[in-house]
Design a protein around this ligand. Structure first.
Ligand code: PLP
Length: 411
């Protein structure tokens, strides 16, 4: 790391919502007006003593924070190289990191006098987290979800309904995350006065990439202090899976100005042909999607390309604007884990450590299992973004109970 990042957090994004050439807001004027109101509200309300204290209390008493860091001793020995540590976001209430920004967004909605939260969801984790926040704050909740994901992530659909949310099936296009975002935007534009749109990652027009990163930064703040206390030094590597990039930005932000290597792991899917993966930062080129500029997987016409990942939460053709900038600057490296490696990590972490990871998080574990061996020494901290309960049926019905069965089923 050669550049000085000490003033980076204050300077990014700039006042127009840009991270270098990325981010910004490419949206119709009526939506821009609403985004400006959310930006103003966020920049004033979220800095008040009352807001900060209320969020802190929620984190402690409702979410169960801080989540622990765990030294995965058996996994480390098995890999035979660096020591692997897990930041246990799977133990955050609702089972994933997403509640960190949903409680922040819900609290902001409450202070703004909104009545309804609207959002999209892919794996269902953002929908569950937002429905949870809506229940907590006594707000209505409307979740848009692709029909493909509704089938694949059935337990989360049941949870959202129990939590009192309305789940709107999205039946156009590939019927997954990208279409769900389009559908949620349309619904929000119909009633922006009473409702607020709550995006599920560090994506979308300004102020969302900034706001979601700031609410997720708790993961990085806790991790840095916990790791120092536990080991007496900083980790050599911090690693996280990247879909839109919120769990990664959350933990990375705590180490941005440290001599720590930051690695984002993207889904390599079933092959590296366009349409078979969602490795956006690796194979994309700058483009615009959902109102912001970022690395984007594009077809020959420059439209967002179809994407695929075994993990519903990672199959997005764009990536956060801050990731796009930090990739260009070389501050974050992007690597790939494919479906087979991911399944192997899913089974391995389950049987070796007794921790069943979300398929999304298993991408980061998969890459680190390889990288630990290569690195030989030192320490790796993985953001274990969520637990795998939601994936149990899908994995065991399609791939069986271990990697040999899985390979057979894919042959
Ligand atoms: C949604 C999700 C992700 C991907 O989202 P990011 O914004 O890239 O963090 C990763 N892990 C889990 C468990 C998720 O639910």
């Amino acid at each position: 790391m050669t550049k000085d990042y000490s003033r980076y957090p204050d300077q990014h994004p700039d006042s127009t919502g840009h991270f270098g050439a990325y981010g910004g807001s490419y949206i119709p004027p009526e939506l821009q007006q609403e985004m400006d109101k959310i930006t103003d509200a966020y920049l004033t309300i979220s800095k008040t003593h009352r807001f900060i204290e209320e969020l802190r209390s929620i984190r402690t008493h409702y979410q169960g924070r801080p989540t622990p860091i765990y030294h995965a001793d058996r996994l480390s020995k098995m890999c035979g190289g660096s020591q692997i540590y897990l930041k246990r976001e799977d133990l955050n209430h609702t089972g994933a990191h997403k509640l960190n920004h949903c409680m922040g967004e819900g609290l902001l909605a409450k202070y703004m006098g909104k009545k309804k939260l609207i959002a999209e969801t892919g794996a269902g984790q953002h929908g569950v987290a937002l429905a949870t926040a809506a229940a907590y704050f006594g707000l209505e909740c409307e979740i848009h979800m692709g029909e493909v994901d509704i089938i694949k992530e059935a337990p989360n659909v049941i949870r959202m309904k129990l939590l009192g949310a309305t789940v709107v099936p999205v039946s156009f296009g590939l019927r997954t995350l990208k279409e769900a975002v389009d559908s949620a935007f349309q619904a929000y534009l119909k009633d922006p006065v009473n409702s607020i749109y709550c995006i599920g990652s560090v994506v979308g027009p300004h102020p969302f990439p900034m706001m979601v990163r700031d609410f997720q930064a708790i993961v990085g703040i806790e991790s840095r202090a916990q790791f120092l206390e536990m080991t007496g030094s900083l980790p050599d590597v911090v690693c996280a899976c990247v879909g839109g990039g919120s769990n990664a930005m959350g933990i990375f932000s705590g180490f941005i100005n440290d001599p720590v290597k930051l690695i984002g792991v993207e889904p390599g899917g079933r092959s590296l042909n366009l349409g078979d993966h969602a490795a956006t930062a690796t194979f994309g080129r700058p483009g615009i999607i959902h109102g912001f500029k970022c690395y984007l997987l594009q077809d020959e016409k420059g439209e967002p390309a179809p994407v695929y990942s075994i993990a519903s939460g990672l199959d997005y053709p764009g990536v956060g604007p801050e990731h796009s900038l930090l990739k260009d600057e070389g501050r974050i490296s992007y690597e790939i884990a494919d479906d087979v490696e991911t399944l192997d990590a899913f089974y391995t972490l389950s049987s070796v450590e007794g921790i069943i990871p979300a398929l999304e998080s298993a991408h980061a574990v998969a890459y680190c299992m390889k990288y630990a061996k290569e690195m030989k020494h030192g320490s790796i901290l993985i953001n274990l973004s969520g637990r795998g309960d939601k994936d149990l049926g899908f994995v065991t019905e399609n791939y069986g109970f271990n990697i040999d069965e899985a390979k057979k089923s894919m042959a």
